[in-house]
Design a protein around this ligand. Structure first.
Ligand SMILES: C=C(O[C@@H]1C=C(C(=O)O)C=C[C@H]1O)C(=O)O
Length: 434
């Protein structure tokens, strides 16, 4: 598909938004506030973040400029919005949630959506603060905040079906990738696979989110436009002039036995295959971030991140944002665009790896492995990499497409990589099964 066919569909007129944020008493359980399974969004970690519903404005993004176009759109909306923000914390005031396709050419494109209602919660040095933001377009009456909630529906009679390639075929593709790496075409590339699950009823993201939060509290649990998951990987956070990113690459499966998991964690921290893979990812992230920061802190060696299903080598990179030539600081979404795709989901070097991923993987990734998160009107925000997630089929909401991938290097073994994808599919599988 040519890029020309994938230009952004810029809305002709922008609504004038009235935005009001007021402090509320701590609701503790944000998910319990979501009124229905329709048109809801969530961004939660350790019980903090926000839930949102309704749609005040929407930007459907396409093509290589999908993120920059969305950023310009929110900026323009913010210029005409009337904002009363009595809370003034990251995530209060005008914000939008978005997710974007992995590939420039993917018709999935992406979207940035300004919700009608956002309820947020955050721990501050003076205690937990909570707020509600209402966003009303063009004088529309505010949505009722105390509408009775529709009961949450758990998935039922879930059955699984094959994705684009069978496990055997996928292993053959990994072996093909290893041969191309050993031939010197590319140093690392990330290959993913998909699988389908179908429930008896339309899927209710509120149930899946609840289960993700309970099982994976240290991940970013999200629902954005039908993409739902629990990702451990922060692409970029921009908050008050500081940036942060968490690079993950190098993975080992958990056994469920604490003593042997500790041994495996030590093995992972010494494994030259995983350390090499991790170094590629940190180096490419640091290089992509350099033009935007006045200073950066890149730790010399990774730590081990323990999740219930897998352990990863992890490096937290931080920096102080620089102003560009016009004295403007790039927004979180502009930064996400510059950093995407990292070596953790593309490969090294990026351009060759992305071309080979397209050729060898033989599947459309859609919004899997693309940036997902939120953007505030002041440019602060948080974008993760959409991993450990599934995309609900808009044409049949009983169906969800799950994804998982892994970094392939010269020393990769196809059977072990298939195993790793199975471990990475677990969060969504568990959320579907309960
Ligand atoms: C691609 C995925 O995960 C990425 C690949 C990893 C690896 O290869 O070790 C580790 C974490 C993620 O950066 C996925 O979960 O689908």
């Amino acid at each position: 598909m040519s890029h020309a066919a994938l230009t952004d569909t810029q809305p002709r007129t922008l609504p004038a938004l009235t935005v009001t944020t007021t402090a509320i008493t701590d609701p503790v359980d944000l998910l319990a506030l979501l009124p229905s399974r329709h048109g809801v969004a969530a961004w939660l970690r350790r019980g903090e973040g926000f839930v949102a519903w309704g749609e005040a404005a929407r930007y459907d993004a396409r093509g290589p400029a999908r993120m920059r176009g969305a950023d310009v759109w929110l900026h323009a909306l913010a210029r005409t919005a009337v904002v009363h923000d009595a809370v003034r914390l990251p995530g209060s005031g005008l914000l939008a949630v978005g997710s974007f396709a992995f590939d420039d050419d993917d018709p999935a494109g992406g979207a940035l959506v300004v919700p009608r209602v956002v309820v947020g919660r955050r721990t501050t040095p003076t205690g937990v603060r909570a707020w509600v933001t209402t966003i009303d377009p063009d004088g529309a009456p505010p949505l009722p905040l105390d509408a009775p909630a529709e009961p949450v529906v758990a998935p039922r009679d879930v059955h699984w079906s094959a994705g684009t390639t069978s496990p055997e075929e996928w292993k053959a593709r990994v072996a093909g990738a290893v041969a191309r790496i050993r031939a010197g075409e590319v140093a690392k590339l990330v290959l993913a696979r998909d699988a389908w699950a179908t429930s008896a009823d339309p899927l209710d993201v509120r149930c899946l989110l609840d289960r993700f939060q309970a099982a994976y509290p240290s991940t970013w649990t999200f629902a954005v436009d039908g993409l739902v998951g629990a990702t451990p990987e922060l692409l970029v956070r921009r908050e008050r002039g500081l940036v942060a990113s968490r690079v993950l690459a190098g993975t080992i499966r958990r056994t469920g036995d604490d003593a042997s998991d500790l041994l495996r964690a030590a093995e992972l921290a010494r494994s030259s295959k995983d350390l090499e893979e991790h170094e590629f990812a940190v180096a490419s992230l640091a290089e992509a971030l350099t033009p935007f920061v006045a200073s950066a802190n890149v730790p010399d060696s990774p730590s081990v991140l323990h999740l219930p299903n897998v352990m990863h080598l992890a490096t937290d990179v931080t920096g102080a944002l620089a102003h560009d030539g016009d004295g403007v600081r790039p927004s979180a979404l502009v930064l996400a665009d510059a950093l995407h795709p990292t070596a953790a989901v593309g490969g090294t070097p990026t351009d060759v790896a992305v071309r080979l991923v397209r050729e060898i993987e033989g599947m459309d990734r859609g919004r899997y492995a693309g940036p997902v998160g939120w953007l505030g009107a002041d440019g602060d925000g948080e974008f993760c990499i959409a991993l450990r997630c599934g995309a609900i089929d808009p044409a049949d909401e009983r169906r969800i497409r799950l994804f998982a991938g892994c970094g392939i290097v010269a020393a990769s073994d196809p059977g072990a990589e298939l195993d790793e994808t199975e471990a990475k599919l677990e969060p969504v599988r568990q959320a579907l099964l309960g």
